[in-house]
Each structure stands twice: as C-alpha cells, then as structure tokens.
Design a protein around this ligand. Sequence first.
Ligand code: NAD
Length: 354
Amino acid sequence: MSVFEHKSFDDHEKVLFATDPATGLKAILAVHSTARGPAVGGCRMWTYDSSADALTDVLRLSQGMSYKNIMADLPIGGGKSVIMRPSGDFDRAALFEAFGRALESLNGQYISAEDVGVSPDDMVNARRATRHVVGLPEGTGDPSPITAQGVFMGIEAAVERGLGKSDVSGVKIAVQGATGHVGAYLVKRLAEAGAELFLADINEPALKALASETGATIVEDPNAIYDVEADVFTPCALGSIINAETIDRLKVKIVAGAANNQLETREMGAELQKRGILYAPDYVINAGGIINVMGELDSRFDADWVQGKLRTLKQTLGEIMDKASDEGRPANVVSDEIARQRLAEAAEKKKLAA
Ligand code: NAD
C-alpha cells in the first residue's frame, strides 16, 4: 500500500494510523489542510475490505472537506477519519474512547464530528478522552435540516440557470435517497414549493408514507431513478452514482443533490457537460451541515450567521456554474480550481503570519 505516492495523497499535512489492540481500534485520521484553521470533518465507521480501501476513502473525504470548508469560506481546514469496523462483537464505547485518545494526540489540529456509521453518542464516548469533538447531542443537533435547506437553495440556483425559471414550481425532480435524513426534509420543502416529485429509496414503508404526505410519485425500483424523465436528478443517498453505467441513462438537465462524492471520477464532470447536463458541485451545494456545526466551535456562529452563510453559498454556487458555462468547462473542474487557489492563498497567508 503506497501512502505518499497514493493518487489521492495530495500533500496531506498529516495522516495518523492509530491502533489499540485492547479495543480493536484500527483508525486513520487524515488532516488535509489547516491553512484556514483546525481541520474539521466527520469520522466514518465502515466495514472495509482492506486498509488500502480505508486509506483511499479517508484521503478522498479529507481533501473534500478542505474544498467544502474553503468554498463555504469557513475559518477551518479540512480533515476526516475512518474507523475500520471490527468484525464480531466489540465494546463500542471503549472503541470510541480509544478513537478519542488518538484524536487527542493531534492536539486540536483535527476536530471530529460524526459521519456514516457513527452517532452523537459515539462522539460522547470519544469526548471522554478529548475535547476535540463536535456533533454532540447537546450541541447544534442534527445538521440535516440545514444541509437540506442549502441543497434546496442550490437547486433554485441551478434551475434558474439550467431551465430559466425563478423557482421550482412545476419543475420535475427525481430524488434518490428520498427518505433519508437530508432527503426527507428536502422533499417536503420541494413539495411545498410546488415541484413535481419522483422518489426512490430502499426503505419502502418510509417511502410510501413520504409520497402520500407530499403527493409525490414513487419510483418502484430504486435503480430506475436514473431513467426518470425529469428536469433535475437529486442524489441524496450514495457516492459514485454518476458513473459509466448510469450517465447515459440520465434524462435530466441538472444534477444537484446532497450526496458526497457523486462523480465516480473527476472525468464524469466533463461527461455531464458533454451531454448538456448542468452539475452543481456536491461539496459546495451540501455545505449547510458543516456551516451549522460551526455553532459548536464558537457562539458567534449563531442561527442568523448560518442563514447568511447559506445565502452566500447559493451565490458562490451560481458563480461557479456561470464561470463554467462562460468558459465552456465542467463545473467540478472550475470549482476544484477555485478551491485549490483559495487553499494556496490561505497557506501563503499562514506562512507570512508565522
Ligand atoms: P441517510 O443514511 O439518512 O440517508 C440515505 C438514504 O438513502 C436512506 O433513506 C437510505 O435508505 C437511502 N438509500 C440507500 N441506498 C439506496 C439506493 N440504492 N437507492 C435509493 N436509496 C437508497 O444519510 P443522510 O444523512 O441523509 O445523507 C445523505 C447523503 O448526503 C450522504 O451521501 C451524505 O454523505 C450526504 N451529506 C449529508 C449531510 C447531512 O447533514 N446529513 C451533509 C452533507 C452531505
């Protein structure tokens, strides 16, 4: 397994491999950039086939957090951690306390929240060994409603450009992962605004309930969501769903949704553009949650501040899509370029201030 030569290494400032045989902890904590402040990003627990897979995941996610946080102009850097889920029974509280000790050894350079497979209670257990955690039950709470609000505003920005419409009324939107934490809030908001909705999820009972509440149409086979003739495809479930298999099935003009790492490869952005599909870069449109978490780091970041940040985020997303369209380039490439430039400027400023 290569580390420095890894294709996603991208000059990570620090990568910590942490083990604790007593609890079965095998974790990788990745700090991509602290140029704007301590790196902040979630901890994911997942059953990985190998430590090489875990490393690839954490490096990609950590770089993504740097991009997300700098595009939302937050005074934090980017990092992420993964725990390789132990096989068989394990003491979950002890495992997360051991994770907390690993986190503590980074002296605040990385602050962790929860991600897939990790709950606020797990963060409480990590907190026994370190102060450097957010996403606690008594903290800012579930970030999903704010993430959904940001995605809603981002869809409005995309619809304005892709369809020439000032709102989403009558716009056909196909939502994948409709009943999830973000999906359910978003679907209700879109329904209130008059969108015509097509919903897919593997949770059938929840899907039925949501469709009857919102008057949406159910897409019976979750995999058929890619074939729906709609204006917008809104992925709110899994990553890598825009790939060589799905791209030719899409019959939409816009892809805009909450899921992280939607494009399987960077080249998929160009493929979308070739097909005349407008793409809202995922790490820009879905930054509402991390914006909300800022309230746990500093009380200045209150609810009004969060709402102001969401409005700025919508503007930033619009500017990226406009620049991409003016220059005839993929929106993900334009966005990555801006993020990298901002990171380089922040690193330079930090160096001068030292
Ligand atoms: P979640 O687990 O609550 O929701 C995911 C939903 O997708 C579930 O309802 C699940 O049943 C459904 N699903 C899983 N596989 C599916 C499939 N094959 N087809 C259709 N539906 C399927 O997760 P969430 O917190 O709502 O997050 C959704 C996405 O948004 C994730 O990619 C996450 O990384 C990203 N995201 C979430 C937040 C947040 O604030 N929660 C912030 C930023 C990004």
